[in-house]
Ligand binder design. Structure first.
Ligand code: ATP
Length: 364
């Protein structure tokens, strides 16, 4: 077991700040996905943890051991990259065995470990096959097996299943989760693909501009982003944001709500954004209490048969994802409700306002 701890880790490439003073712990026996758009610093952060890159400043600890100056070999980590590193011309078994021979393990132990990873990765029937004859997905499984069989405390993956077909992806993801639990390994997995992160991770560390914006389990990160960026980046499409000017009473009214909503404006923000995910908006062809009137400007069918509706309300555009039946039923005029428990408020700096939303009494 090895918890990874980063302290004020910073990496500058000339004028480019790739990693901006990151302090974080990555837990053991868990898969943590480093998720973020291209160029946000994921690979740089991972390479520093691996020892392939030296930080400009800051420290890396594995448990309580400072490893900042140690070489990759001294760190005892496994690494798997986007393009599988395997030896062609020899068998799967031999590929899996070579690192174990290097580690001077006795033959019986080597066989046990190879059988173990082969079973988890679904390679049992391919052990005698020559790697040159395998497709890319299977080669990647062999690369994963090579890293895992050594049973390092920490395994780092950099987009390892980008080039793998969907079925093998599911199998590899399941295998990675099992491995992290079975061997108490700390797995860090770099990806820019939110679906990958959502389905694989125990924890997601969401990155932007060299900073980890939020680290949380996938569900919490999705439902309760603590920053506008998380709302925007996650989801397909991302969260709706409607800008509001805040009045003296810290109340919000139209266009989204039929009556004023009170919130705790601790920072005295004058402008706030109201965030709500498209699938959390309730849409109906008929009026109802709590629903405001909108104009449907466009609708399209999305994956899973749901409908994506574009609805204009007092000049603001909202995207709503609704079930097929609702999508088929709505015409030009629609009624829209944003349930308060699904609404998140963000302040002027883009960070979440911790507050309850309470309907104010209707004005008599
Ligand atoms: P991607 O998903 O595209 O790989 P990333 O999130 O992994 O992106 P990094 O590759 O870590 O991001 O890059 C972070 C920033 O540092 C980028 O602006 C990149 O151009 C810069 N950078 C990375 N490596 C170097 C390098 N060796 N020399 C100069 N700049 C670099």
């Amino acid at each position: 077991m090895a918890e990874i701890r980063l302290e004020r880790l910073r990496k500058e490439y000339g004028k480019t700040l790739a990693v901006n003073d990151i302090t974080i712990k990555f837990p053991t026996s868990a898969v943590t996905c480093l998720l973020g758009p291209s160029g946000c610093g994921k690979t740089t952060l991972m390479r520093i943890i691996a020892g392939l890159e030296a930080p400009t400043s800051g420290e890396v600890y594995f448990d309580d051991v400072r490893v900042t100056d140690k070489t990759p070999q001294q760190r005892n980590i496994g690494m798997v990259f986007q393009y599988p590193v395997v030896y062609k011309g020899i068998s799967v078994y031999h590929n899996l065995e070579l690192p174990l021979i290097e580690d001077k393990l006795p033959e019986a132990e080597r066989r046990k470990r190879i059988d173990d990873v082969a079973q988890i990765l679904g390679l049992e029937h391919m052990l005698n096959k020559n790697v040159s004859s395998l497709d890319n997905a299977t080669r990647q499984k062999v690369a994963v097996g090579r890293a895992v069989a050594r049973q390092p405390q920490i395994i780092l993956f950099d987009e390892p299943i980008t080039n793998v077909d969907p079925n093998s992806r599911v199998q590899l993801k399941t295998a990675l989760k099992r491995l992290s639990k079975q061997h108490n390994q700390t797995i860090i997995y770099v990806t820019h693909d939110q679906t990958e992160a959502m389905t694989l991770a125990d924890e997601i560390a969401l990155m932007k501009d060299g900073v980890i914006v939020q680290r949380d389990n996938p569900r919490s990160l999705y439902n309760y982003p603590n920053d506008v960026f998380g709302g925007w980046f996650l989801g397909n499409p991302g969260m709706n944001f409607v800008e509001y000017e805040v009045n003296g009473q810290s109340e919000l009214g139209g266009p989204l709500f039929t009556r004023p909503i009170r919130f705790n404006n601790l920072n005295r923000d004058k402008h706030i954004s109201v965030g709500i995910r498209p699938e959390h908006i309730l849409v109906s062809p008929q009026p109802s209490a709590g629903a405001v009137r909108g104009q449907l400007t466009r609708k399209s069918i999305v994956v899973g048969g749901q409908y994506l509706l574009f609805i204009q309300i007092e000049g603001k555009m909202l995207k709503a994802k609704v079930p097929t039946s609702v999508g088929q039923a709505v015409a030009q005029e629609v009624w829209v409700e944003c349930p308060l428990e699904r609404v998140t408020l963000f302040g002027e700096q883009g960070t979440k306002i911790e507050t309850e939303l309470i309907p104010a009494q209707p004005v008599a």
